[in-house]
Design a protein around this ligand. Structure first.
Ligand SMILES: Cc1cc2nc3c(=O)[nH]c(=O)nc-3n(C[C@H](O)[C@H](O)[C@H](O)COP(=O)(O)OP(=O)(O)OC[C@H]3O[C@@H](n4cnc5c(N)ncnc54)[C@H](O)[C@@H]3O)c2cc1C
Length: 621
């Protein structure tokens, strides 16, 4: 299992979804020797599941400024203006770049790229490729990666980062990653001469009803967290209003964008009839629609006490087959429903993490040489609620910037704000459970992603830092394989169940505290985890065990942030205080590792854009 091999490149990109591929292409264009390391083959990455589209102000009558306003409003004023403006300004250019690379966008009769309405947008600015936009995007960029000869180490699971050991995380440097090759069991170091870019995607597996794939376990977020980088705004989780009840499979917002209608069990078009969104109805922002659906169910107007109906029959077979054909297959295959003949059952499900690894617009984290982009990162564009169609542009805009920056390119475009921002405000938060009383060694993972040789002497030489990190992971895996302990699946299910029960669309203090107690117990049980499959190759038992420690770390941070934030903002609803409280809560939540005992702190939201200030207003649709 051990290896003396070290793979070495200028830039190592961890993850081969839309964000990772875009970052790799940009780094290669900037002259770097770049490699991608991914636990999945690139085209199996979850970006391929994206259905609805990419927001880009490319049409006359629209503007990036309007897109920025919609995004800030959608974020419930928790997005940072510089990041939002960068996203909206650059998205048209990057979307057109995809088109030039051959992405098969849906088109109008005159040949122009089609755009459709999406929730929370003041203009129909969502470009799309049928209901399989992500699949097209992923294949288009993978072609570019192959064409450029970028090296891809696929089916390599990255276990940890190789980071120096200074006390203050902002003094640390990242020199590479440690990977486990799934087909051989080899554990090897990947040395990055210039930078490591994390692009590891979402963390939907923290919940048990999710649109995310089983591989979405938040690995990058947890690795960066253990290396000292704060997680930002983790309590803001998007619950998508239209997922299939039995599996969590997504029914795209594109259905409502094309005119699909939501009905409750009494046949009422409840978004209007019960006044949830008198102007935009089904096309209100996702958090608004998800709460409306659950309210209908909770007040007895749901169907089978669980879901509502999404009807697209009136759109007609031709339009459905032209623009939403994929939806017909999903409804038929996963729910046994023919969308041409019947309404589809839908309910809210976990879909997206607005928070993640704290970065600036270049993907830089507080650790030198460590970057993050895509869903695992939080450049603060989505704030408290992401607008549909705003994640894919984030991949291509910030992926490109991070790739170029990591490759050492000088920037000649307008300066985008970098570095640490705002004042550090300590949280006035008493942990309700015995978080401070953990048994030593009961943490879910080595608090020691950073390098210190045995004996505690600091290691700073980059090769030695990597060697220490590799040795530590080899030891960790050997230990897991030799322990006949608790099975990861039991722990993972317990985490998912408590998160879905207590940290869902509607949140209250009692439930959040209960979740923290359950998570503490899960963390303690993980200290006795073992891997029953002793094989060295294709050992999914081992891989899922490694992922489970990430899930626990993320669930705990998310729940702490949710418990502390006693207000209702965007996707975060609190029973005890059902109003947005700008006086006290116009600030980002940050959580730092602190030897396994999460430290909560805050920094202000940046509302000053390039030419204007985004003044918080009442958010209605
Ligand atoms: C069903 C669905 C539909 C969506 N539709 C839309 C839409 O229409 N429009 C929109 O804007 N957004 C949409 N989103 C959101 C958007 O698709 C995602 O946020 C985005 O694709 C994530 O891309 P990513 O590159 O960050 O991560 P991913 O595409 O998930 O890629 C993550 C990569 O990281 C790798 N990886 C993870 N962990 C490790 C590890 N430990 N070691 C090595 N490699 C690792 C994986 O192998 C993978 O290659 C949708 C999301 C879902 C779930």
């Amino acid at each position: 299992m051990a290896s003396n091999t070290t793979y070495e490149h200028d830039v190592i990109v961890v993850g081969a979804g839309g964000a990772g591929l875009r970052a790799a292409i940009a780094a290669q264009e900037a002259g770097a020797d770049v490699a991608i390391v991914s636990k999945l083959h690139p085209v199996r990455s979850h970006t391929g599941a994206a259905e609805g589209g990419i927001n880009a102000a490319i049409r006359e009558g629209d503007s990036w400024e309007d897109h920025a306003y919609d995004t800030m409003k959608g974020s419930d004023y928790l997005g940072d203006a510089p990041a939002i403006e960068a996203l909206c300004r650059e998205s048209p250019k990057e979307t057109i770049q995809l088109e030039h690379w051959g992405m098969a966008f849906s088109r109008e009769e005159d040949g122009t790229v089609s755009q459709r309405p999406f929730g929370g947008l003041s203009f129909p600015r969502t470009t799309y490729a049928g209901a399989e936009t992500g699949h097209q995007l992923l294949h288009t960029m993978y072609e570019q990666v192959v064409k450029r000869g970028i090296e891809v180490y696929d089916e390599w699971h990255v276990m940890n980062l190789a980071v120096t050991d200074e006390d203050d995380p902002t003094d640390r440097s990242c020199h590479g990653v440690v990977g486990y090759e799934i087909r051989s069991g080899e554990i090897a170091g990947f040395r990055a001469r210039d930078g490591v870019i994390l692009a590891t995607g979402g963390m939907g597996q923290v919940f048990d009803h999710t649109t995310n794939a089983v591989a979405n376990t938040g690995d990058g977020v947890a690795m960066a967290y253990r290396a000292g980088v704060p997680m930002e705004d983790m309590e803001f989780i998007q619950f998508h209003p239209t997922t299939l009840p039995s599996t969590g499979v997504l029914i795209s917002e594109g259905v409502r964008g094309e005119g699909g209608i939501l009905y409750n069990g009494e046949g009422e078009r409840f978004m209007f009839e019960h006044g949830y969104a008198n102007n935009d109805g089904e096309l209100a922002s996702r958090d608004v629609v998800a709460r409306a659906e659950l309210t209908e169910v909770n007040e007895g107007r749901g169907i089978e006490d669980e879901y509502v109906h999404l009807d697209m029959r009136h759109l007609g077979e031709d339009r459905i087959l032209d623009r939403l054909e994929n939806i017909l297959h999903l409804a038929e295959d996963f729910e046994g429903v023919d969308g041409l003949e019947e309404p589809m059952p839908v309910k809210p499900g976990q879909h997206y993490a607005m928070g993640g690894i704290e970065t600036n617009e270049y993907g830089q984290t507080c650790v030198d040489g460590l970057y993050a982009v895509g869903e695992c990162a939080c450049a603060s564009v989505h704030g408290a609620n992401r607008l549909g169609g705003n994640a894919l542009p984030e991949l291509i805009v910030f992926g490109k910037l991070a790739g170029r920056h990591a490759a050492g390119e000088e920037f000649d475009e307008p300066e985008i704000e970098t570095g640490k921002r705002g004042d550090h405000e300590d949280a006035d938060f008493d942990a309700p459970v015995t978080l401070g009383e953990r048994e030593p060694g009961s943490d879910a993972g080595p608090a020691d992603a950073s390098a210190a040789a045995d004996g505690g002497e600091a290691v700073t030489d980059p090769d030695a830092v990597l060697e220490v990190a590799v040795d530590r992971e080899i030891e960790h895996v050997e230990e897991l394989l030799e322990t006949d302990g608790v099975n990861h699946a039991e722990i993972r299910s317990a985490v998912q169940e408590t998160m879905t029960a207590n940290v869902n669309v509607f949140r209250e203090e009692e439930g959040l505290k209960e979740a923290l107690v359950d998570l503490r117990e899960a963390r303690d049980r993980y200290a006795d985890v073992g891997v029953s499959d002793p094989s060295r190759t294709f050992n999914t038992d081992l891989l899922h065990t490694l992922e489970t420690r990430n899930i626990i770390d993320i669930a705990e941070a998310l729940t702490m942030g949710a418990l502390a934030r006693n207000e209702f903002r965007g996707a975060h609803w609190r029973k005890e205080n059902q109003i947005r409280d700008d006086e006290n809560w116009l600030k980002h939540t940050l959580i730092s590792w602190n030897d396994g005992d999460p430290d909560l702190w805050y920094r202000p939201v940046i509302l000053e854009g390039e030419n204007k200030r985004y003044e918080p207003k009442v958010r209605s649709y």
